[in-house]
Design a binder for this molecule. Structure first.
Ligand code: SF4
Ligand code: SF4
Length: 135
């Protein structure tokens, strides 16, 4: 299985088209929409995680490009600053995935970047500036 986090930019003519549906049905990909901003008559932007076989991913990406979707690799990532963290665990309550959990032995925060979907909820939840997004 291969997995990619991508930023998809849609021209206005494609905003109403079932592009993500086609990725799922025709190319057998799992599509996890992490963030989407769409304004009528303007470009739409979607941050997605695509998962499937390497062949499905390659074919799905070729399909997107044929359709006129601009595909960029997501280079943004979340960073946890251990030196600022007081392990209050407030951020674990807002994290929608298992990216932020508490170690049952040490009671300290554990950040697993591979589970992070870049929703940025933890930034507002942390009063110590210990979670930041980086490009
Ligand atoms: S909210 Fe901030 S200080 Fe508290 S555990 Fe999370 S990252 Fe650490
Ligand atoms: S950005 Fe969202 S998913 Fe990632 S660690 Fe923060 S709350 Fe969890």
């Amino acid at each position: 299985m291969a997995k990619k986090k991508l930023v998809l930019s849609f021209p206005p003519r494609l905003i109403q088209e079932p592009v993500t549906y086609n990725l799922i049905r025709q190319y057998d990909l799992q599509v996890n929409i992490l963030r989407a901003t769409v304004h009528p008559r303007e470009r739409g932007r979607m941050v997605v995680e695509l998962q499937g076989s390497k062949k499905s991913l390659d074919q799905g990406l070729a399909y997107l490009e044929e359709q006129g979707v601009q595909v960029d690799t997501l280079v943004q990532e979340m960073r946890h600053y251990d030196e600022r963290c007081v392990h209050c665990t407030a951020c674990t309550a807002v994290c929608p995935t298992d990216a932020l959990t508490v170690d049952s032995q040490t009671r300290e925060l554990v950040f697993d970047a591979s589970q992070c979907i870049m929703c940025e909820s933890c930034i507002a939840a942390c009063s110590y500036g210990a979670m930041e997004s980086q490009f």
